[in-house]
Design a protein around this ligand. Structure first.
Ligand SMILES: Cc1cc2nc3c(=O)[nH]c(=O)nc-3n(C[C@H](O)[C@H](O)[C@H](O)COP(=O)(O)OP(=O)(O)OC[C@H]3O[C@@H](n4cnc5c(N)ncnc54)[C@H](O)[C@@H]3O)c2cc1C
Length: 287
């Protein structure tokens, strides 16, 4: 099923993101993660893609596992930075062979300190057009409620987002955010600019203090005082931090749904137990 049809046909959707095995990890372990998360019956599951093609084979393998073995619609991320048109075409052919219809088209980033060859695509919007030219795919894209780190102003980012939507991006998944008001003002800016594709709010449950510094350094995401207080108070106690992180993420989701943001994507970090606790906290809300 296409993601756009899933979003249209259900009042509320909760989907889950996972990543393919990291160096040193095994495909068998990742398949178990897929099974466990699929057992939570999310609306769909997405799988990330290593920019520059790193880990791309496993991405397709995991997407196949999600959809064809576990029966949950898969959304495959695909990055274009450093890729040639021919490489993208090969990947799209493999996805078609597996029956994968949904792609999150991304630019990606070169690993730090490794600029690499530029490739045939500069922006995700160009990849979006290429995917549509290549077949009957449903294509989504990324968006940044606090602005992408490379832009000078939020308005500039929205203008670029508009180009992405005009190029065929049919839904948007947000970067994580910890203050729902940031998402609400972003939604208002989208509305004002005439961007009317569905927006899926990305929620990251932070259950380990080490995650926090990394998240902020990589994405520039702001930490509201309410969240900082939780980290200060509980970060020395892993069990308490886990509980507080799950509760914080749950309360963000409840507030979003209460305010009409009905599509939520959980960044599971391959932790089915954490995604499971959030889902069970929402059991009556999702009925
Ligand atoms: C939901 C989500 C999932 C992600 N999944 C992955 C993943 O699986 N693998 C991975 O490697 N990374 C992933 N990322 C990270 C992403 O690749 C980076 O944030 C990257 O820096 C930008 O990718 P993009 O697709 O948003 O790029 P783009 O939409 O191309 O935007 C990149 C920058 O260029 C600007 N821009 C866009 N179009 C134009 C234009 N026409 N003219 C001038 N400037 C323009 C934008 O404002 C932005 O600053 C994900 C991010 C999100 C939010």
């Amino acid at each position: 099923m296409k993601i756009t049809d899933i979003l249209k046909s259900r009042d509320i959707t909760v989907s889950c993101e996972l990543f393919p095995p990291k160096p040193g990890g095994t495909l068998e372990n990742s398949k178990k993660v897929v099974r466990d998360i699929a057992g939570l019956t999310p609306s769909f599951m997405s799988v990330t893609y290593g920019a520059g093609g790193i880990g791309s084979h496993n991405t397709i393998e995991i997407a196949n596992e999600i959809q064809n073995i576990n029966g949950v619609t898969a959304l495959t991320h695909l990055t274009c930075v450093g890729s040639t048109r021919k490489e993208i075409s090969t990947t799209l052919n493999k996805l078609t062979t597996c029956g994968i219809k949904n792609i999150l088209a991304l630019r990606g980033d070169f690993p730090q300190g490794n600029a690499g060859e530029p490739g045939d695509f500069r922006y995700a919007s160009q990849l979006t057009e290429e995917i549509h030219r290549s077949g009957d795919f449903c294509v989504g894209g990324a968006c940044y409620p606090e602005g992408h780190p490379e832009v000078a102003t939020l308005q500039e980012d929205i203008e670029h987002l508009k180009i992405k939507v005009e190029s065929g991006c049919q839904f948007l998944t947000t970067q994580m955010f910890f203050d729902n008001n940031i998402l609400y003002s972003f939604m208002f800016r989208l509305l004002k600019s005439g961007i009317d594709v569905p927006v899926i709010a990305g929620i990251m449950p932070v259950t380990h203090p080490k995650q926090i510094a990394r998240i902020c350094a990589l994405s520039g995401t702001a930490l509201p005082p309410r969240f900082k207080a939780i980290v200060d108070r509980f970060s020395h106690n892993p069990i308490a931090m886990r509980q507080a992180g799950i509760t914080y993420a749950t309360s963000q989701v409840i507030d979003l749904i209460a305010n009409g943001v009905n599509h939520v994507h959980i960044y599971t970090m391959n932790k089915p137990d954490i995604a499971g606790d959030i889902m069970s906290n929402l059991s009556e809300i999702l009925k």
